[in-house]
Design a protein around this ligand. Structure first.
Ligand SMILES: *Cc1c(COP(=O)(O)O)cnc(C)c1O
Length: 393
């Protein structure tokens, strides 16, 4: 058996977790983003998407904040995420948007989680288990309008819905689909997907199958495709303060909620021509100063940022030099003689200068989503804002 909740680092008393490297999470920023989303949803209800440890921000603290803000519903990817939310006292409906594995069905029902049915076979399994447990189970149909991941294809969707509607012990509450690409500038495909989904809803309605929760809009669609809002929206990345694409300016006033700080633990002069770090992938172009930070790719800082990243010290940008190691990394400060103990911001804002998750993502060949949820359990999370105040988790 493996223990899905164990994070050996989090189990350490806070005193031992006071690394000079930590993620600072501003729950007030998340609450602010939720307000922006609420307005943008224009009356549609909001399902706060909290998968992957709330995009790295911490599942439980974010969930409690969202509950305080009266999020209508919560969305997660896997069973265990839903269970953790229930154990933390979340009472609103929780939809597990990912697929389900047969043997997990009982637990979904035990914890009152809304299920996603991505095939008739799955729906039948759920219906049978619900019957055994003498329960009625809330279910959402997943319609594939182009992702080709999970779900029933749009052309078969009306038949699928009619079949599921006949199954006993199911409360057919929702139907949903997911966009391949909705952040623009080209939204042709998104419009096509939306049209297919519209047709499915209409087809179902003609057959007398109606849904309480019709949902398709992720953050991109919420902000770009008003028609995709239906009566429920599913924002993820925007909740955490980021637009869904690197090229998109943050015109909605979203506030990034997460920042990463460390400090200089070693500071020394370096001679022109001296190599730095594993493989000596960088050599000093001139005499100058070199800072060492007590963190590395073992904490989730992308190794692809070797010789490409920048950090902020005193609001000024300095380059990361040499290969990022698992637990340490180096920064060249040129002629600036700094001090051990000075704060370094690797992600976030310092004296008016900002490094965003999209900047780290673009420079390391990925997307902000991966940067945000990539911080490892070794990095302590410190929470700011009301509602949740542990020293660290
Ligand atoms: C992750 C996810 C979302 C949220 O997407 P964002 O781009 O982060 O807003 C919405 N719906 C489903 C099904 C998802 O998996």
């Amino acid at each position: 058996m493996h223990d899905i909740t164990s994070n050996p680092y989090a189990q350490m008393p806070p005193l031992f977790r006071q690394r000079p490297t930590y993620l600072r999470i501003n729950l007030d920023a998340i609450a602010h983003n939720f307000d922006v989303i609420r307005k943008q949803a224009n009356g549609a209800r909001v399902m706060a998407i909290l998968k992957a440890n709330a995009y790295g921000h911490g599942l439980i603290p974010v969930a409690l904040k969202m509950a305080e803000q009266k999020a209508d519903m919560f969305g997660v990817a896997f069973l265990e995420e839903g269970v953790l939310l229930r154990q933390a006292g979340i009472e609103a409906p929780i939809l597990v948007v990912g697929g389900l594995v047969g043997y997990q069905t009982k637990h979904f029902i035990d914890y009152h989680l809304d299920l996603t049915a991505s095939s008739l076979y799955k729906a039948q399994q759920v219906s049978e288990e619900a019957q055994r447990m003498r329960r009625t189970v809330r279910i959402h149909l997943k319609i594939d309008t182009g992702m080709n991941r999970i779900g029933v294809r749009a052309d078969n969707a009306v038949d699928f819905a009619m079949e599921v509607a006949k199954l006993p012990h199911l409360d057919l509450v929702g139907i949903f689909s997911h966009f391949v690409r909705a952040q623009g500038p080209d939204i042709t495909l998104a419009k096509q997907q939306l049209e297919e989904f519209h047709d499915v809803i209409e087809g179902c309605s003609k057959q007398g199958v109606e849904f309480e929760d019709i949902h398709m809009a992720n953050s991109s669609a919420l902000f770009n495709l008003p028609d995709a809002r239906f009566n429920l929206v599913r924002p993820g990345i925007s909740l955490y303060g980021y637009p869904p694409g690197a090229h998109l300016e943050n015109k909605w006033g979203l506030k990034p909620a997460l920042s990463l700080q460390s400090e200089i633990v070693f500071f020394k002069g370096i001679r022109k021509g001296a190599g730095v770090g594993y493989m000596h992938t960088w050599t000093a172009p001139e005499d100058g100063w070199l800072a060492t930070l007590p963190m590395g790719y073992g904490d989730g800082y992308p190794r692809h940022l070797s010789n490409k990243g920048e950090v902020l010290i005193g609001g000024k940008r300095y380059p990361t030099v040499g290969n990022i190691s698992m637990d340490q990394m180096m920064v060249f400060t040129g002629k600036d003689e700094l001090e051990v103990g000075q704060t370094v911001t690797l992600l976030g804002n310092e004296e008016g200068e900002t490094i965003t998750a999209w900047e780290l993502a673009t420079k390391s060949g990925t997307i902000a989503y991966e940067i945000l949820c990539g911080w490892t359990p070794r990095v302590p999370r410190v929470y700011e804002g009301t509602g949740w105040k542990p020293e660290t988790t």
